[in-house]
Unconditional design. Structure first.
Length: 416
């Protein structure tokens, strides 16, 4: 009996641990957890932004970035990420983020270059792992097989690998949105506040996230949570502006600058596919994604609806974003987990979906980008994820017995 019980326990441990073993292996080799050249890429850029603030300079001042030429592992000083080679292009950098994002980089900029970039990368790795695990659980993904497929697949997807290797901080933004989601679902004000503070590090890619969260809180009459969230955000903005004065015209000019490789926005995708009527096509694509979101929301079981709406808000924010890059696709992770959730009872479909997530994300972000000569090809990812998830939701609903469906309706937790 003891031997049998021991074997059962071992099987359970292996089954429960398999998703995390796969995630650990995927992240170790693909991100990687231990980088060989952490001083390259946006690791360096964000370290230097913190260094500028600490020294009293402004990241909005173009002349400040010329000082990057005195730092770095190459004779030229400034470098770009290992994925795209080495150059001094960052000497012409213009800060495209709010003042509080620059202030958030000060702890890293206070450290020596080699230590600061490693510390920054370590924070990104921890945040990335937290995003995957917490993101999956936040939308109700529980079954071992689903997690074993979904976690490594998303970790190996192009947006995640690119964000981690280039050192961009999108994972912190998504972690904030995930914590905000969990806080809304579980009625935890501290999580709501912490999540909101992290999410606003990159406001132009979460345009719909905070409004959806605010609407959820208003419906729950969670006035205390609303005040508790607004006050620290306001304080953070005030302190940041005191240390890093914002020159709005320069920031707008920076966001209007066209990247040599284009932008990963629906608006630029419209220009690529329909040069004569770019706005019309872009609007049609946006409408298609919003219809898909309504379908997903309608099919979602009541217990998961608040979390799924937040995942939809992240994806739709990317669809309507005025400025986005390929690595911003990490915002799609929670919605991808929603799609895997619909497939939990279909093992073969789960595996095929996992393969599709990896293969399609890399084909669009590398193969098609190379063919087009434009990053706009990656704007297909959020559109395709929303439409694909809607199709999966409808198909699984059609084959799921009515007795297994959770009743319609909606419940919103009341936050104190």
């Amino acid at each position: 009996m003891r031997t049998h019980a021991g074997r059962e326990m071992l099987r359970k441990v292996v089954r429960r641990g398999l998703p995390f073993i796969g995630l650990a292996l995927a992240s170790w080799f693909a991100w990687p957890i231990v980088p060989d050249k952490p001083q390259l890429g946006d690791h360096f850029l964000f370290w230097f932004a913190g260094h500028l603030v600490l020294s009293g300079a402004s990241p909005y001042d173009l002349s400040s970035w010329q000082l990057m030429g005195t730092y770095g592992p190459t004779p030229e000083g400034a470098v770009v990420n290992v994925l795209y080679g080495v150059s001094d292009s960052q000497l012409e950098n213009l800060w495209a983020h709010p003042p509080w994002t620059a202030l958030a980089m000060v702890p890293f900029g206070a450290l020596p270059l080699t230590v600061g970039v490693l510390a920054y990368h370590a924070v990104l790795v921890i945040a990335g792992l937290a995003v995957l695990v917490a993101g999956a659980y936040s939308v109700g993904l529980r079954r071992d097989l689903a997690l074993a497929v979904a976690l490594p697949a998303v970790a190996l997807s192009n947006p995640f690998v690119t964000a981690m290797r280039t050192g961009h901080f999108d994972v912190l933004v998504v972690l904030g949105a995930v914590l905000l989601t969990i806080g809304l679902v579980r009625a935890r004000t501290p999580l709501v506040v912490t999540g909101a503070l992290l999410a606003v590090l990159k406001p132009h890619v979460i345009l719909l996230v905070l409004p959806v969260a605010a609407w959820t809180l208003v419906r729950a009459r969670a006035w205390g949570t609303i005040v508790a969230t607004i006050v620290p955000i306001g304080a953070m903005a005030a302190v940041s502006l005191a240390f890093v004065p914002l020159y709005l015209p320069r920031l707008i000019a920076r966001l209007d600058v066209k990247s040599p490789n284009g932008l990963a926005t629906t608006w630029e995708l419209g220009s690529q596919l329909a040069p004569s009527q770019p706005l019309v096509l872009a609007v049609l694509l946006i409408l298609m994604t919003f219809v898909s979101a309504l379908v997903i929301d309608r099919v979602t079981p009541v217990e998961r609806r608040t979390a799924v709406r937040m995942a939809l808000a992240m994806a739709l924010s990317l669809v309507v974003a005025p400025y986005a890059n390929a690595y911003d696709g990490v915002l799609l992770a929670p919605l991808v987990f929603v799609a895997f959730g619909f497939l939990e009872r279909h093992p073969i479909a789960l595996v095929l979906a996992g393969i599709a997530v990896v293969v399609l994300s890399w084909w669009l972000s590398v193969g098609l980008v190379a063919d087009w000569g434009s990053q706009s090809a990656t704007a297909i990812l959020p559109v395709g994820t929303l439409v694909g998830t809607a199709c999966i939701a409808l198909l699984t609903r059609a084959v799921t017995p009515r007795s297994l469906r959770i009743s319609e309706g909606d419940r919103v937790s009341r936050l104190a």
